[in-house]
Write a protein that binds this ligand. Structure first.
Ligand SMILES: [Zn+2]
Length: 390
């Protein structure tokens, strides 16, 4: 029945499927046409029973004025599979386009996964998708904790050690191979970029024009930037690579990226080494987080110091980029607040008052969900662009 629809109606239906609850007004904006043009398309879709229009519940209404009805596509909901591969952790989920996580599994993933291992994880995730009450995933999004250039792969100029520290097969963008083997569109993106997208869409940075998102782990620091809700990746995908901003002109250590004096040298694993003498040589970042959670002074001070070091680089980024919000994620709410205190101190000391005016510095709202919801945003944008081109 839907096959008889015009190209415009099919395009409108694709938008409604991937943006549940979209209003006629928003749909017109997204399609770049007037509401007068959208109305007959929506009427046709409602006549065909492809779409229904529902009023928001009382709790969903916000603001003043008449609540606008949202459009919902008929049938099972659309989903994506998200595979966020952090250092040592693999976070797999099936999530719908309303940001509801229908299934999730977080597991330890020590060392470097081979292409076959990651393919197996993807296959297992996709097979679980058949058991949830939804359509099969429309795409698979893979988040990587490394600089990543779409269609090229990890930064080619990196030292071999750096490349092998991530996954050798990602030296070339493997999304095409994955797409072919798994039979669905596959998108690969830096995990901090996905986090930035998630926070900008429905987290602490919702509605902000310019956003910087920063994530600290025991392995390093990553950041992503959005402008008007869209990821700003730079011309080759490396915008926001804060880990490799130079913070020490006198450093003799060559960083894994091939440069020297990078922020990454100061925090991440080096930060943990400072705790070895008094807290044991086997202390992990999770151990540090637990001690910060219970208010242990030494580790808390160390994390705040890390905030000051990162904050010095972030202060310059703020002066240059003029964000409305800086979102910080250190792994737990308590740790994020401690890191944020150090960042805030430096930003206040090292930026002009006009940059600080209107700059919010906040802890993450979404935590580990940020890159998952960011994956939904990423997939929606690419899938809609593809639908539009048909
Ligand atoms: Zn570096």
């Amino acid at each position: 029945m839907v096959g008889r629809l015009t190209k415009s109606a099919r395009n409108a239906l694709a938008h409604i499927r991937l943006t549940p609850g979209v209003t006629r007004h928003e749909l017109a904006q997204r399609l770049g046409v007037s509401v007068t043009t959208v109305n007959p398309l929506v009427s046709r879709l409602i006549d065909e029973r492809a779409v229904s229009e529902v009023l928001p519940t009382k709790s969903e209404r916000s603001g003043v004025g008449r609540p606008r009805a949202g459009l919902i596509a008929s049938g099972p909901r659309e989903t994506i599979a998200a595979l966020i591969w952090g250092h040592g952790v693999l976070d797999c989920s099936i999530v719908d386009f309303d940001d509801t996580i229908l299934w999730r599994q977080r597991s330890e993933a020590a060392g470097v996964l081979t292409q076959e291992e990651l393919l197996d994880v993807a296959r297992a995730t996709l097979s679980v998708a058949a058991q949830v009450d939804a359509r099969p995933p429309a795409a698979l999004v893979i988040g990587l904790p490394a600089p990543f250039e779409s269609a090229v792969g990890l930064d080619d100029a990196s030292e071999p050690r750096h490349r092998s520290a991530q996954a050798p097969w990602f030296n070339r963008d493997a999304s095409g191979i994955f797409a072919e083997k798994l039979g669905l569109p596959v998108f690969v993106e830096n995990d901090a970029n996905l986090g930035a997208l998630g926070e900008s869409a429905s987290g602490a940075a919702a509605g902000e024009l310019a956003v910087i998102y920063v994530k600290l782990t025991g392995h390093g620091i990553g950041s992503g930037m959005t402008v008007n809700g869209q990821l700003f990746e730079g011309s080759h995908g490396f915008a926001g690579e804060i880990a490799h901003v130079r913070v020490d002109d006198n450093s003799q250590v060559i960083c894994a990226c091939g440069s020297r004096g990078c922020l990454e040298e100061k925090i991440g694993p080096n930060m943990l080494r400072q705790l070895h003498a008094n807290y044991g040589s086997d202390i992990t970042y999770d151990g540090l987080l637990a001690m910060v959670e219970s208010g242990t002074p030494g580790p808390t001070r160390l994390l705040q110091d890390a905030g000051r070091v990162a904050g010095r680089a972030l202060a310059d980024m703020c002066t240059f980029f003029n964000p409305g919000v800086l979102v910080i994620d250190a792994g737990t709410p308590a740790a994020s607040q401690v890191l944020l205190a150090g960042v805030r101190e430096q930003v206040q000391q090292s930026t002009p008052p006009f940059v600080q005016r209107g700059l919010r510095m906040v802890a993450t709202d979404l935590g580990a969900d940020a890159p998952v919801f960011g994956s939904v945003q990423y997939a929606r944008r690419v899938l809609l662009a593809t639908a539009q081109g048909r």
